[in-house]
Ligand binder design. Structure first.
Ligand code: HEM
Length: 421
């Protein structure tokens, strides 16, 4: 007889677009539960804050899904673009994880991130110029015109992707990240093939003529410290991790602020609070509702529940970050929250490598937008906003965000903020 399990993922739009009520109800039943995924596989979902933190930290819960499930005689379906692109740090355990993360970390040292700030400000300003050209009362799409191109431009700079190539690469990634149920549609296969061929060519070009960018750093380590498969996989993962998530923080964050005018006004009045606000917006809007899949290598007890060996584990960051036992008034957006312990960037050895860059990008994005357009407003009903990302498990963002910018403040006098302690 088939076990009856609650379904997790593949939700109807009402839950997918605003999953927090569902997360809270499920968490209230039990912080760790066995569920059935949309593809029919059973898995364990971890919702409570303490259990989630423990799960992300526990070495008995592996990120090497392929190895752990193959050992148990099970298989996981390889997503696009396939095995050649899946050998990156987020899919392996130590010692491979340590080696890959150390190599890529070279691009994320504080000095290198700080040096990107002028470029990030320039990208944000020029995107605002383009949006503003439509006029103060025009409806513009803040996702297409700002939230996406900003981190996309930054990851392009960091990796050394030639500017002329960025639009077509972006279009392919958008198709791939929209998500689908069942077999991939032909346009996703085409996009995946395009990305694979392009990244191979780009790596070849960097081998012939290296520059001062992350791809060249990785190419220099190829053969000695990393294989070509690991190099291509790392690029793919960095591009995905490095733009879609940040775009969602910006888009989701703008919606949350427009829905909470007193919080928005507090930021406009005191932009020095923007860095703290970014953390709270991450907690509140869950741009990454679940960490990526993990698998137990032996039985593990979390929140009083024992998960047997060889079971898939899904840590629900969106639920943990609103666990009422951890965050007082968890369903309230409060940019004055000070403890900064939310799990939006994960925890443990896979803690987001790009977190300092993502924080800087989001800070500049909100600073630029709010200082230039203090009268920014939504141009659609909140319920009519289109959310995207297929099953809604790992990514949660908007397909578009219609807004009216309102009259602009003089961009020649941007507000450069000092941090409010
Ligand atoms: C606000 C935007 C971002 C959010 C919310 C975010 C979130 C996360 C989360 C939750 C994880 C852990 C996943 C897991 O344990 O399953 C992670 C890992 C990672 N992120 Fe981010 N991320 C963001 C931006 C970035 C950026 C801009 C980059 C790079 C340019 C980046 C690169 C990475 C990498 C390389 C990992 C894997 C780390 C490892 O396995 O050791 N992320 N991110």
């Amino acid at each position: 007889m088939t076990e009856t399990l609650a379904a997790w993922g593949g939700w109807e739009p009402a839950i997918r677009d605003d999953p927090f009520g569902h997360f809270a109800e499920t968490l209230a039943q039990c912080p760790v539960q066995r569920v059935r995924l949309a593809d029919g596989h059973p898995a364990w979902v971890v919702l409570g804050y303490d259990a989630a933190r423990q799960a992300l930290y526990d070495p008995r819960i592996s990120k090497d899904m392929l190895a752990a499930l193959a050992e148990a005689g099970d298989v996981v379906a390889e997503g696009l673009p396939g095995p050649e692109f899946s050998r990156h740090m987020l899919n392996v355990d130590p010692p491979h994880h340590t080696r890959l993360r150390r190599l890529v970390s070279r691009a994320f040292v504080p000095g290198r991130i700080a040096a990107l700030e002028p470029a990030i400000r320039a990208i944000a300003s020029s995107l605002c110029d383009e949006l503003e050209a439509a006029g103060p009362d025009a409806t513009v799409d803040l996702v297409e015109g700002y939230a996406y191109p900003l981190p996309w431009g930054v990851i392009g700079e960091l990796l050394g992707i030639p500017p002329a190539d960025r639009p077509r690469l972006h279009a392919w990634f958008q198709v791939l990240l929209t998500g689908w149920a069942g077999d991939p549609p032909p346009e996703a296969v085409q996009a995946s093939d395009g990305i694979v061929a392009y990244l191979r060519e780009l790596v070849d070009a960097k081998r012939r003529s290296p520059g001062d960018d992350l791809i060249s750093v990785l190419v220099a380590a190829e053969d000695d410290a990393l294989t070509t498969q690991e190099l291509l996989s790392s690029l793919f993962q960095l591009i995905v991790a490095g733009h879609d998530t940040t775009a969602s923080v910006i888009g989701n964050g703008v919606v949350a602020l427009l829905e909470h005018p007193s919080q928005l006004q507090a930021l406009v009045a005191d932009p020095g609070r923007i860095s703290a606000a970014v953390d709270e917006l991450m907690r509140f809007t869950a741009p990454v509702p679940h960490a990526t899949f993990r698998v137990t290598t032996e039985p593990v007890t979390l929140g009083g529940v024992t998960i047997p060996a060889h079971e898939q584990v899904l840590v629900c960051l969106g639920a943990a970050n609103r666990d009422p036992d951890r965050f007082p008034a968890a369903d309230v957006l409060d940019i004055g929250r000070s403890d900064g312990q939310n799990l939006g960037f994960g925890h443990g050895i896979h803690y987001c490598l790009g977190a300092p860059l993502a924080r800087l990008e989001a800070k500049v994005a909100f600073e630029t937008l709010l200082s230039r357009y203090p009268g920014l407003r939504l141009a659609a009903e909140r319920d009519a906003l289109a959310w995207t990302h297929g099953d809604g498990l790992v990514l949660r963002g908007l397909a578009s965000l219609p807004v009216v910018l309102g009259p602009a403040r003089d961009p020649a006098n941007p507000i450069e903020t000092k941090e409010t302690p």
